[in-house]
Structures are given as C-alpha cells and as structure tokens.
Design a protein around this ligand. Structure first.
Ligand code: ZN
Length: 131
C-alpha cells in the first residue's frame, strides 16, 4: 500500500490525481498480468470518482455539487459547520477501483481519477492498494 498526500486549495474543488496514482502503481512493482488498484480516501468530507478531467467539466462538477446540497440548515452544523461537506462527499463515495494491466492503470481514453474536495483547503491522504 502507498499513501499519497494531496493538498487542495479551495473548499469545493476537484483535483486530478491520476498521475500520482499511476506512479504509486508503478512503484508497487507488480509484475505482468491483471490486477486491481483500489484508491481510498480516508476522510469523511472528500470523495473519489473516475471521470473526465476537462477544466470546464470540473467547474461544472463543483457547481453541481454546490447546487445539489444547500450550504446551511443541517443538524450537524451545530457541531462543526460542515454538514454540506459530508453530504456532498457521501454522494460520491470514498474509493474507486481501476483495472491494472501489465503494471499500468487501464483507464478509458477520457477517464481520470479525481479527488473531490468538499471541505478544503486541506491536505488529504489517499491509500493506493494494488492486489
Ligand atoms: Zn463534520
């Protein structure tokens, strides 16, 4: 398992982590054949998805999640004011699985691994496991 740290620079933002994950898979030194890479974000206010890393689309994702979940009015806000962040993250999930073929991620042409920060800016930890 490899741990990656990703710094985010806004409260709600999407970060393309494909290159870092690909490097972690290469460093894992798996031999040929078919395997699975699991990427897991160990936080409750960030999510992981596989989608297209096109800059306008990433902005649309941020707008979409912002519009989908109201910023205020949640019970959890009385504790630490970030219920909207938790709710956005739970819509996304906290892990993705990507096939690995001959030691490299087998992503589709337009697919990238995207970390969706819902309560930044922060340093986030990702765990990359190839099994
Ligand atoms: Zn909270």
């Amino acid at each position: 398992m490899t741990r990656l740290t990703v710094s985010t620079d806004a409260r709600l933002t999407v970060v393309d982590v494909t290159d870092a994950v690909r490097e972690a898979v290469a460093d894992a030194g798996v031999d040929g054949g078919e395997r699975v890479c699991t990427v897991f974000v160990d936080h409750t206010t960030a999510g992981l998805v596989v989608n297209e890393a096109e800059s306008r689309l990433l902005g649309d994702v941020e707008s979409f999640l912002g519009d989908l979940v109201p910023d205020e009015g949640w019970d959890h806000d009385t504790l630490d004011g970030n219920a909207d962040s938790h709710l956005r993250a739970l819509l996304l999930g906290n892990s993705v699985s990507v096939p690995v073929v001959d030691g490299d991620l087998a992503l589709g042409r337009w697919q990238s691994v995207l970390l969706v920060e819902c309560d930044g800016p922060r340093d986030r930890t990702l765990r990359v496991v190839v099994g």
